[in-house]
Design a protein around this ligand. Sequence first.
Ligand code: PLP
Length: 383
Amino acid sequence: MGFSTKQIHAGVTPDPLTGSILTPIYQTTTYVQPSVDGYLSKGYTYSRSGNPTVRALELKLTDLEGGVDCSCFGTGMAAVQGVMLAFLNAGDHAIISDVAYGGTYRLCTKVLSRFGVEFTFVDGSNLDEVAAAVRDNTKLFLTETPANPTMKCSDIAGISAIAKKAGAVHAVDNTFLTPYYQRPLELGADVSIYSTTKYMDGHNATVGGAVVSATQEHHEAVRFIQNSTGSIMSPQVAWLTSQGCKTMALRLDAQSANAMAIAEHLEAHPKVEQVCYPGLKSFAQHELASTQASGYGAMLWFEVKGGLAAGKKLMDNIEVFSLAENLGSVESLITHPVTMTHADVEEAERKRVGIIDGLVRVSVGLEDVEDLIEALDEALEQV
Ligand code: PLP
């Protein structure tokens, strides 16, 4: 079956009681057992350990990714944390993309480092640098590609091979492209991580996360941590996310087409210093982005001539786009990572990895592209 058919039907069967075409929201803490000997015979005991509405979404995401199973979490960060706790112990070492969501960087440097885990942040686009960072105690690689916010792309298959040789788990944060455009497990990774808050929900309605595993062993390790820490997704969030997933391919194709048109327009604009979008020929890793994924996604960034001051003026004055964090929804959003999403990354580290002060991040939505371009042109005129 094709992706569009699966995104609608996978994981969903008509409700056995009523025939409801949508899996109901099972708003319950616990499940009555038929007998002591029949304990667990219906598969559910307590909603921290499993809930039918959440399960429907987990089965859908498993099918879309081609994995063996999935665990849905309360947030994308809970999913990242679930993977780290599942595969790292005190004294272990992890190799992380040097450009990653600011929350992932904060979790490593300010939380897990307190428990005796060591981290090395590497340029994931340079396989020699990745291989050189391996130590005897390296147990986990976490690659975010394309990375938030610089869009740097890393070679998933290349890093998976290095991880395999090191006997370590390779996790890929695939939030920006979703399984519709990029399939980390098919490229050799062990788990795919998602902030479902982004393209899976797609409507700025919920916050959630997911981990899809390539093997039962990986899945059970993640599930154990999820149940132990209570990092679960609520049934309402799972229900809304399941509805969002049904149009994911359609939205991504339309939003990516808008992003391409905007990137080309900005690249030719006299007031724009530089534009970064994987679909542009000028993008440093355009070839990798074209071979590793089947689409370029709807995230881009640009720098206005005049740097930070000009960028701030644009962000404060632009119409149609909302100045906000988050990404991946139908509404176009504009973000200043240095003061917003990546404020917790130290200035020296930001500079080292290319998160420049004037970087204006754009999550391109589903509005008419003419309106988006007109809004950008009007805002650029004022700077
Ligand atoms: N991973 C990536 C690539 C992100 O962009 C984000 C949030 O922006 C997260 C993980 C964290 O997800 P959440 O905000 O749902 O916790």
